[in-house]
Design a protein around this ligand. Sequence first.
Ligand SMILES: [Zn+2]
Length: 436
Amino acid sequence: MPSLLIKNADWIVTQNAKREVLPNASVLIRDGVIIEVGKASTCSADDEIDARGKIALPGLVNAHTHVSMTLFRGLADDMLLQDWLQKKIWPLEAKHTDETCYFGALLGCAEMIMSGTTTFVDMYFHMEHVAQAVAESGLRGFLSYGVIDLFDQAKARLEQDNTRKFFEYVQALGNPRIRFALGPHAPYTCSEDTLLWAKDFAEKNGAILHIHIAETRREQADFQRQHGMRVVEYLDKIGALSKNMLAAHCSWLTKSEVGLLAKAGASVAHCPVSNMKLATGGVAPLPEMFDAGIVVGLGTDSASSNNTLDMFETMKVCALLHKAHRWDPTVLNAQKVLDLSTIDGARALGVGGEIGSIEVGKRGDIVLLDGRAPNMMPVHGRGTIVSDLVYSASSGNVDTTIVNGDVLMRNRQVKSLSVSEVLSKAQEAALQLVAS
Ligand SMILES: [Zn+2]
């Protein structure tokens, strides 16, 4: 595999344990792995990127999305969550085909490459075709088939078979960038048997278990009415919590539920933009989660409830939401928010030793940002770079996106996909879904 030298970056935001920001520094990647970080390298490489004027940061981790839903972008805004689902999203989803999911996924991958995301966690249907799109795009994907049994045993067996088939498909693919994940949709759509089966399958195969938990107040109210306990208390009681769990949303949790998640070693994918847009009302209690030792990543959720897959926007909204909610500007500082979308996101997926920071031995997943754009100026030095990334940067500043040492975008030109072709095919697929 060729080597790549990123040289003379204005700043490298390493996100290592000391959270070092290195001035005028270089990174050398060989065989997909970072082998040098620091001053100008004397080594030569097969390919070089002159990163003067650029800020290098670890590729962003989007810890929760449904990437094929990019085809529904803009179709169902300003609606109540139940109306949104029942009147718009579910009827459209029923019409999805292998092909529409594939082109939706390609569109999402193009958007992620162009906005600095290098790893994402997905849950959806027709997942073989999502995997195909991810393979072509060059991104890293943790992909789960969304299991919904609606408490029907025959449906549960079918969904378990579908999951096993997708597991075998990912294994046969043998692509180290694509990992299988379990995807029981939520405790209100999956039976106890299915939740426990998924937990067992995840543990046996070293996979994460991607699930929606406590997104809305109604979900919690219904749970209390039906089970006499709250959602996380129920999961604890039936033994479904585990360290493999990546729980999306968690917007309506009590302190004791936070404690139960922490005790189990579960991680959380916080989706502030989607939660605000759908007016789920509750705000995930991040400070309490941090105090309890829960690892939290950041997610966009789908482009039909966000409406983008833009992690820069999500970082800024995340910081602002918690400050506004707590009446406290010191809550969630810029460094912590950047952590959520890089190293903490990687840890939430169980791959904190592989990605999430720019360090020797980690995979070469790196994003270069134009540090001399008007919205990034002036430069006040090392102390404000992280603030600039969270509060001032936008996805339009992303210049170069690298995954595993492969350059997926350079000078804003995507190399791994033909964006114009992806756009026209996705447009066609979206129109076909709406018209049929
Ligand atoms: Zn979701």
